[in-house]
Design a protein around this ligand. Sequence first.
Ligand code: GAR
Length: 208
Amino acid sequence: MTVEQPLRIGILGSGNGSNCEAILRACASGQLPGQVAAVISDSADALILQRARQRNIPATFVGPSQFKTKLEPELEQQIVSLLHTAKVNLVVLAGYMRVVKSPLLTAFAGRIINVHPSLLPAFPGLKAWEQALNYGARVTGVTVHFVNEGIDAGPVILQQPLAILPDDTAESLHQRIQIVEHTLLPEAIRLFALGKLQITGRRVQILE
Ligand code: GAR
């Protein structure tokens, strides 16, 4: 896929924003050839918005919604307008706790990626680290994938496994998962920025 340069990233998140922070750091260090052009949240007081504002990046709350797991099409259309105004060419879901639908999905087809805290297709949905722990799995991990109309179901870009330790709690496991996320997500964005990701059906080829 050809990518317009420089890459302008729009980040959607619902909470703490540590993945947003990792992307900002990777851009600032030059490791990632791109810049964060907009941050959008479905939660007015989310830390992710504060992190963006501290760096003078446009940061907007879009809501409130009457739904918990998706947005009304009119609110999604507001997000699309904000992303277009910021000339965004890649949308990153970094802890965004709603399902993306049309019009956002169609406006940015093949240009939305998500980080998920498990080795998909195991443990889609909420609190995947807790699901893995409660299931008794010995290995979980992190997946970065393109977003499609399914829930945590799009073509996989990168995955990294992580052992679940005998004395792990949900908190300790999520902490280690987040450390992995903070390198895997910027790396997937870097590959996208360099035009090295080619989607063929369900498979993503990483070009040399
Ligand atoms: C991350 O662990 C991310 O993988 C997860 O939410 C956390 C957000 O952390 N996302 C999901 O579970 C989406 N299904 P952050 O706000 O510190 O980046």
